[in-house]
Design a protein around this ligand. Structure first.
Ligand code: G3P
Length: 217
């Protein structure tokens, strides 16, 4: 499973990259607005840190505008993926980009039918939003499981990017369902590292080593 960071915060991106666990980044207008910087410059800075896919989202609501914006986003760097909302106009833009070999991520996917249509239009990635389905009393993970079966039935190459992830358990369940990618907030990656038995194990090993009175070198 690949890990993307779901943020536009440079410090978090730098830290995840320095640990060596970062395969890519997803942003959206909300995440960029939290940083309070000009968004195109922020994306350019992210692309300087991350070599993998960096998702920048279009904001237009007709396909001509989305295509124009997508092209501007692609001028930032070669690793920009054009993130496009799951609408009829959005899928028209996805088709154009797909024919040109430009990678796209269809976002705000909440049903398997939407996932089928996005794949048909040639999306490189789709982003089902797990947490937001959970928020309204659905089991978000069921959607990932359903999409994985459907994509497998037809050998669909579109990658499933589990999004709106809120907890380490979401990551485990998405991995068990076979999602290609999990995009996670930094706080969730941080929690994924932790286990109390790891902490107490390190402490007791260190205490025992100190009793030897020697360094390793
Ligand atoms: O990846 C999509 C994500 O940014 C949305 O997450 O927590 O706002 O539903 P959330």
């Amino acid at each position: 499973m690949k890990f993307f960071l779901d943020t536009a915060a440079l410090d978090d991106i730098r830290e995840a990259a320095s640990i060596g666990v970062l395969d890519g980044v997803t942003t959206n207008p909300t995440l960029l607005s939290r940083e309070g910087c000009p968004p195109m410059e922020q994306l350019a800075q992210i692309c300087e840190i991350v070599q993998g896919p960096v998702n920048g989202e279009v904001i237009g609501d007709d396909h001509e505008t989305m295509i124009r914006e997508g092209r501007k986003l692609r001028e930032i760097a070669d690793n920009i993926v054009v993130k496009i909302p799951m609408t009829k106009e959005g899928l028209k833009a996805v088709r154009v980009f797909s024919d040109e070999g430009v990678p796209t991520n269809v976002t705000l996917v909440f049903s398997s039918n939407q996932a089928l249509l996005a794949a048909k239009a040639g999306a490189s990635y789709i982003s089902p939003f797990l947490g937001r389905l959970d928020d309204i009393g659905h089991v978000g993970m069921d959607l990932i499981r359903e999409i994985m079966v459907i994509y497998e039935n037809y050998d669909i190459m579109t990658e499933v990017l589990a999004a709106s992830i809120r907890s380490p358990l979401h990551v485990v369940e998405a991995a068990m369902a076979g999602a290609n990618i999990a995009t996670v907030p930094f706080g969730v990656i941080d929690k994924m590292f932790r286990h109390p038995l790891t902490d107490s194990g390190i402490e007791s090993f260190m205490n025992d080593w100190k009793k030897l009175g020697h360094d390793i070198g």
